[in-house]
Write a protein that binds this ligand. Structure first.
Ligand code: SF4
Length: 258
């Protein structure tokens, strides 16, 4: 079968003065990040939103989780060579739960307090999405400002569009509740019984339930590689998503349920 492949979206962000600067982080090594189609899709999606300039970051190739710190040069974003603290938003793309631990390490390397309560608006807004997050966002609820529950297409455009219109972060959060899939964990309290979390209660104004965002017309997605990188695990391949999730729904596997 011959596949026609569009290079239309091989993107390099360009930064204008008023652009919202978003750093998309894959919390694992560069070769794994560049081989992840979800990461590429979100990078492409964000750079297509008017007024948003999205750059990327992943750990160096030789990185190991026991690494204590990264050199300043190793902390530069891939396209614009900026330090993570220079961005307005740092968004983690997390496909696999073990990367939750790497997310914590990345925040440490960036010099950003892990505990949300210790951060003020001088720090970038910290967000996370991806299939691991929408299976279970709670392990990250105490350190994230925003969790994306569901698929990015349709949700990211509304979220970043609203963020551009609202410079005051608290005011923005009050309005962001209305976007399906946006979970703002600071507006909820965990219900703990016998050291186990048995639920969460919304604080005043927050919806009782965060509605997951679905893409209704899956055929419209057309997800494929937009980046080619010599260090990618799949460097000689163009990736293409033929379906999202899986129709077979084996009980032990999340692909059939997300
Ligand atoms: S194991 Fe998962 S991906 Fe494989 S057929 Fe079953 S549901 Fe689909």
């Amino acid at each position: 079968m011959q596949v026609s492949y569009s290079a239309e979206s091989v993107l390099e962000p360009t930064l204008s003065r008023n652009d919202l600067r978003v750093l998309l982080v894959y919390p694992n090594t560069h070769d794994v990040a560049m081989a992840n189609l979800g990461f590429q899709q979100v990078y492409s999606l964000l750079n297509k939103i008017e007024g948003v300039a999205c750059d990327r970051f992943a750990m160096p190739l030789e990185w190991k989780p026991e690494t204590q710190s990264l050199e300043r040069e190793e902390l530069r974003s891939m396209d614009m060579q900026m330090h993570p603290l220079e961005f307005d938003v740092i968004a983690f793309s997390i496909s696999f739960e073990p990367d939750y631990l790497n997310t914590v390490l990345a925040l440490k390397y960036f010099g950003i307090p892990l505990d949300r309560e210790e951060r003020d608006a001088s720090f970038p807004m910290i967000a996370a999405g991806g299939s691991a997050v929408f299976i279970n966002p709670e392990p990250l609820a105490e350190c994230m400002d925003v969790l994306f529950v569901g698929e990015g297409e349709g949700m990211a455009e509304r979220f970043f569009g609203l963020l551009r219109e609202n410079e005051d972060r608290d005011q923005f959060f009050e309005r962001a509740f209305s976007i399906p899939g946006i979970y703002l964990p600071q507006h909820y309290r965990p219900q703990i019984e016998k050291n186990l979390q048995v639920g969460i209660s919304p604080l005043e104004g927050a919806p009782a339930r965060v509605v997951r965002h679905w893409v209704v017309e899956e055929e419209s997605l057309c997800t494929h590689s937009v980046l080619h990188d010599e260090d990618s695990t799949f460097k000689d391949m163009a990736l293409m998503e033929v379906t999202r999730g899986c129709i077979w729904a084996c009980r032990f596997c999340t692909a059939g349920f997300i």
